[in-house]
Ligand binder design. Structure first.
Ligand SMILES: Nc1ncnc2c1ncn2[C@@H]1O[C@H](COP(=O)(O)OP(=O)(O)O)[C@@H](O)[C@H]1O
Ligand SMILES: [Mg+2]
Length: 137
């Protein structure tokens, strides 16, 4: 395991009065948690920026660090893979990319692109309920 480092956290939260379906919110937070844990464990960063903007059905999560960057990573690790699976459940993708001039950026966007919109966009009540009823494994 990499050494844990102290860094300055810059948090930017923008939330509308409405909330995302509970399960969507939970998945997003778990993605954020893994990205933040990775930055703490691996990045040796000085700064961590966490941005969360929620305006259902849209949402944007960004976790950025100014650390050493992804490098080659491990092959026997599942954190990033599980993040991708969680994003898929939300019918979107997570991007994990190098940040300029250094570090790593993890991003998840819900609802911006018509073809990646959760069904919530078309039928908020029904689709929202559907997601909430999905048992978490
Ligand atoms: N923010 C980051 N900065 C630097 N390296 C990272 C970062 N996030 C992930 N990595 C690298 O990618 C690898 C895979 O990450 P992950 O799948 O979460 O596994 P784990 O955290 O269990 O090692 C890590 O072992 C690390 O080498
Ligand atoms: Mg990890």
């Amino acid at each position: 395991m990499g050494r844990q480092s102290g860094f300055t956290v810059h948090l930017s939260l923008t939330e509308s009065a409405n909330r995302l379906p509970a399960e969507t919110e939970a998945e997003l937070l778990r993605i954020a948690q893994e990205a933040i844990t990775n930055a703490r464990k691996h990045a040796e960063a000085e700064n961590l920026w966490v941005t969360l903007t929620v305006d259902p059905p849209n949402a944007f999560l960004q976790v950025e660090d100014d650390g050493r960057g992804l490098g080659r990573g491990r092959v026997d690790s599942y954190g990033l893979q599980i993040m991708r699976e969680r994003a898929k459940r939300l019918r979107t993708d997570v991007t994990v990319e190098p940040r300029e001039p250094r570090g790593t950026v993890v991003e998840v966007r819900l609802g911006d692109e018509p073809d990646t919109l959760p069904e919530a966009a078309a039928a908020p009540a029904a689709a929202g309920a559907g997601l909430e009823e999905t048992p978490h494994r």
